[in-house]
Design a protein around this ligand. Structure first.
Ligand code: THU
Length: 126
C-alpha cells in the first residue's frame, strides 16, 4: 500500500482516538513485511502516565496477529504533526530496520518523511 493510501486509512481511524485529556488525536497505520496493514490510535487514561500512543498501539496489535517485521508507518493527527515520542521510537526499533520509513502527517502542512535510523541514532540493543 502506498503512503498516501495509508494516510487515507489513518484519517478513517482518527475518530477512534480516545484522547479526552489532551484532545490531541492520533492514528497510526503500519505496514508489515507481508504487506498487511495494522492500525492503532492513542488511548489515554485519567492517570496520565498510562496513556498509550497510537504508534505503540499499532505495533502491539500487529505483533499480536503474528507480524514481526515492518516496512513503514504513517502517523496522522488533525491537531498538529505527531512526531513519534522516544518510547515509540525504541519500540519501533525492536521490529524495524534503520531504513524503516516514518511519515508524519497533519492537516494544512505537507507530510514529512523520516527514517527510523535518523530519529533514533545509536539505539539501545541487547
Ligand atoms: N501521541 C501519540 O499517540 N503519538 C505521537 O506521536 C505523539 C503523542 C499521543 C499521546 C497523548 O495521548 C497525546 O498524543 C498527547 O501527547
Amino acid at each position: 500500500m502506498t503512503s498516501d493510501e495509508m494516510l487515507s486509512e489513518a484519517k478513517l481511524l482518527i475518530d477512534r482516538s480516545y484522547s479526552p485529556y489532551s484532545h490531541f488525536r492520533v492514528a497510526a497505520v503500519l505496514e508489515d513485511s507481508d504487506g498487511n496493514i495494522h492500525g492503532g490510535v492513542n488511548v489515554e487514561n485519567s492517570s496520565y502516565g498510562m496513556t498509550m500512543c497510537a504508534e505503540r498501539s499499532a505495533v502491539f496489535a500487529a505483533v499480536a496477529t503474528g507480524a514481526r517485521r515492518f516496512k513503514k508507518i504513517v502517523i496522522y493527527s488533525p491537531d498538529g504533526p505527531p512526531v513519534p515520542c522516544g518510547a515509540c521510537r525504541q519500540v519501533l526499533w525492536e521490529f524495524c530496520d534503520k531504513d524503516f520509513r516514518i511519515t508524519v502527517a497533519s492537516d494544512g502542512v505537507p507530510p514529512r518523511d523520516f527514517l527510523l535510523g535518523e530519529l533514533l541514532p545509536e539505539a539501545f540493543q541487547l
